[in-house]
Design a protein around this ligand. Structure first.
Ligand code: SAH
Ligand code: F3S
Length: 453
């Protein structure tokens, strides 16, 4: 039998992550809290004394997957003493209900309660029955020391948690609570740590980063401060809300070469009628005006988006307006979803009146239009030059190095002795397959050197 505090045997934790980048960041924060309590991280549930699932609640199928996974993982409890904890958005949403439904679960921990996890585990080991902690405090944020990562080009820094919007389809305000901003000095400290540990790129994260506001910094100021951290060469951020995009923010992107001109800006629908029912807070024309303004101020800007099809009351005409908007904006990429009614959301009171079949058909048409748009656009880019940062030296063992342009396009360049991860190279685009370009190097822009300590 393994007991807490009884050497390494009882202190191995396995964390499995579902959902968005915020959850990826949170899982790192949880691993760090566990490490501070003497836990070693393992990559397989069969090696673990504690298994934690960091869950997503945004669509029904995200929750169904986790319920299935609990079923699989509980088999580990047959022959060993192992704690199973469900944390994150689904834990927050379901709380006691989840504990009652799944008897194998020992802990249910909501999004503001991760600091309690080590203590709850100790209690469970001392024989406590199932524990549920889902008290939302509206203030908690978590910090992650990036030194834990080896060099890569996408160190995440969470800058906001929660969301003050009430989009009628969205469970996030219920699971992550109200908007709170991390102190700008802490954000800058995390970026400095990234740079010290050899990282060159950070991605600022939040459900709604552009709504960042703190008594000591606006989002534009924060972008500028992070861009000015010595050693940081690229700053990305997501997700942007179209309503929180003042000219000042676009100006900060224009003024700081480190801030990458790529906006992930969910539009959800091209129909004003649907946008109103979603309570998104903008009309189609305002979204388009922002796209045009961004293109005027940031010549290389690219956009990606999220779209929902089959929202209650969406007609064929509404949907065609969405297709039309896709053609008009020419997004680089789009995450597309069938509307999934979520308990605790305002839209759940509306009748889910678009049939599953119609949702499926609209989704296929949406994907086809996006495909056409991208085919045309990507072909027109062949021959162009762009700056690529190398992110991986061997892409699937096929003789290519993988990199990204400043505006977030994926590019493969032939492997070369002269190139290493972190280098930036000027390339000419020579071909394209799906969303990945092939390119030939035409000049070296910047040679990566690990200057950190
Ligand atoms: N601002 C957040 C949005 C979170 S949810 C962010 O960080 O991205 C991500 C996307 O999931 C949303 O933009 C929306 O397109 C989709 N989504 C959210 N709730 C949904 C629902 N009930 N049904 C279908 N898709 C949904
Ligand atoms: Fe959800 Fe809308 Fe906020 S999509 S995360 S309520 S901006």
């Amino acid at each position: 039998m393994t007991v807490a505090g009884n050497g390494k045997a009882g202190k191995r934790v396995y964390v499995e992550t579902y959902g968005c980048q915020m959850n990826v960041y949170d899982s790192r924060a949880i691993e760090q809290l566990m490490a501070d309590d003497g836990y070693e991280q393992v990559n397989r549930p069969d090696q673990a004394d504690v298994m934690l699932l960091n869950t997503c609640a945004v669509r029904d199928n995200a929750e169904t997957r986790v319920l299935g996974r609990i079923g699989q993982l509980q088999s580990h409890k047959r022959d060993r003493e192992v704690i199973l904890g469900i944390v994150g958005c689904m834990a927050q949403r379901l709380g006691d209900q989840l504990a009652a439904q799944k008897k194998a679960v020992d802990l249910v921990v909501g999004t503001d309660n991760y600091r309690q996890i080590p203590g709850m585990i100790a209690q469970a080991r001392a024989g406590a029955p199932v524990q549920v902690q889902t008290q939302a405090d509206g203030v908690t944020t978590y910090d992650v020391a990036p030194e834990r990562d080896p060099l890569n080009n996408s160190h995440f820094i969470s800058i906001t948690r929660g969301c003050d919007y009430r989009c009628t389809f969205c469970v996030v305000p219920a699971t992550r609570g109200i908007l709170r901003a991390k102190d700008p000095r802490q954000v800058v400290r995390e970026a400095e740590q990234v740079a010290r540990s050899g990282g060159v790129e950070v991605t600022l994260l939040g459900q709604n980063v552009t709504a960042y506001r703190h008594p000591d910094a606006s989002f534009a100021q924060l972008l500028t401060d992070v861009a000015n951290v010595s050693g940081i060469r690229r700053v990305r951020f997501l997700t942007s809300h179209p309503t929180d995009f003042p000219t000042e923010t676009l100006q900060a992107i224009a003024d700081n070469v480190e801030v990458c001109p790529w906006l992930h800006m969910p539009v959800q629908s091209g129909s004003d009628r649907v946008l109103r029912r979603m309570k998104r807070g903008y009309r189609r024309a305002a979204y388009m005006e922002l796209v045009h303004q961004a293109r005027r101020m940031l010549p290389d800007v690219t956009f990606s988006t999220d779209m929902i099809v089959g929202f209650p009351g969406e007609t064929e005409d509404d949907f065609e307006q969405t297709l039309d908007l896709m053609r008009e904006v020419e997004f680089d990429s789009a995450f597309t979803f069938k509307y999934s009614p979520r308990p605790q959301t305002p839209a759940d009171r509306l009748e889910d009146d678009v049939s599953e079949e119609a949702k499926g058909e609209r989704l296929q048409r949406l994907l086809r239009v996006q495909d056409e748009v991208w085919q045309k656009k990507s072909q027109s880019l062949l021959g162009a030059r762009c700056e690529v940062a190398i992110e991986a030296e061997d892409h699937k063992g096929l003789g290519y190095m993988k990199g990204r342009t400043r505006n977030n396009r994926k590019v493969l360049v032939p492997r070369s002795e002269k190139l290493n991860t972190g280098d930036e190279v000027l390339v000419r685009l020579t071909g394209v397959q799906a969303t990945t370009f092939y390119a030939e190097p035409v000049g070296m822009l910047w040679k990566y050197e690990h200057v950190g300590g």
